[in-house]
Design a protein. Structure first.
Length: 309
């Protein structure tokens, strides 16, 4: 059932919280403005900080269809926007030729044949084109995920989509959305997004949460974790992010680790348990190796001292 757009920042916070997403007020503010102003929202930040999840939560909370374009190196128009059903077009041409050979002159009217094979009947619609079509329940949520993985040529193409909610297909003309989709773009900032694209978006940096908010997230998304364990997990993750790591754990890794510990029936952290389960929290062997042994005990002692203090 479709839900109306939030009418205030507080309502936006409540909308996200209703789906188990614990946002800070600055994120709720920029999201509210993006919805009210009908502007794309560009979210940048480290991997695992919850950028993609915002689009999923919006889709569920508003009752809108989620259309996701997962970006990657070499992404082209055929995968992102449209391509022609070449097999179907070739079959139509062959049938027309066969009809002509049997004396049916109308079947090889080249003008009408060309108009037919380059009609919507043979158009294969990819995510960006799908997002411009009317959807039940209102304009869809268009998630353009990890935009920084594409190249600048693809970014340049996106300018028309983001500015005017339209795409141009040479054989058909310009297709424009009756109601622009709600657009969320994410970037892990492996490269800089061009200024021309940024100017068409509202912007927000999604950073690591502080301990209070991360604990709230953990309680919302992993309610099975015992209270003492949840506090220790958050304190340990907050401490480990201050270490010299190749890749600090994001919120997604915090949730994975907490879930893994619950599966092991853990009620509190100890050095052996942490060492055995670091693979759920850290994703690079060098980082895991750096945290083994006395370093884990040192961080745990720090966590317990803070808890007593």
């Amino acid at each position: 059932m479709p839900t109306a757009l939030p009418v205030s920042i507080d309502a936006t916070l409540s909308l996200l919280q209703g789906q188990g997403y614990v946002a800070d007020r600055s994120l709720a503010t920029v999201l509210f403005l993006a919805l009210r102003m009908k502007r794309p929202l560009l979210l940048e930040g480290e991997a695992g900080t919850g950028k993609t999840e915002i689009a999923k939560v919006l889709s569920a909370a508003l009752g809108r269809k989620l259309i996701r374009l997962q970006c990657y190196e070499g992404l082209d128009l055929a995968s992102a926007v449209y391509e022609w059903n070449y097999a179907g077009q070739m079959m139509a041409i062959r049938l027309a030729e066969a009809g002509s050979a049997t004396g049916d002159r109308a079947s090889l009217d080249r003008t009408s044949l060309e108009a037919d094979i380059f009609s919507e009947k043979y158009l294969v619609k990819r995510p960006l084109l799908q997002a411009l079509e009317p959807q039940e329940g209102g304009a869809p949520i268009l998630l353009i995920d990890e935009l920084d993985r594409t190249d600048e040529a693809f970014e340049a193409f996106l300018l028309e989509v983001l500015a005017d909610a339209q795409v141009t297909i040479p054989e058909l003309g310009t297709i424009k959305a009756a109601e622009p989709p709600i657009v969320i773009l994410t970037s892990n900032r492996t490269r800089e997004i061009h200024d021309a694209l940024k100017r068409r978006c509202l912007y927000h940096w999604v950073g690591y949460p502080d301990a209070v908010r991360e604990l709230a997230i953990l309680k919302a998304r992993a309610p099975g974790a015992p209270a003492k364990l949840a506090k220790q997990v958050v304190s340990f993750v907050q401490a480990i992010r201050k270490e010299e790591l190749f890749k600090a754990p994001g919120v997604a890794e915090t949730l994975d680790w907490a879930s893994a510990l619950v599966e092991l029936d853990a009620v509190a952290l100890d050095p052996a348990l942490v060492s055995d389960t670091l693979g759920a929290l850290l994703k690079y062997q060098d980082d895991i190796q750096a945290m083994q042994g006395s370093k884990v005990k040192e961080l745990l002692d720090q966590v317990k001292a803070e808890a007593r203090g």
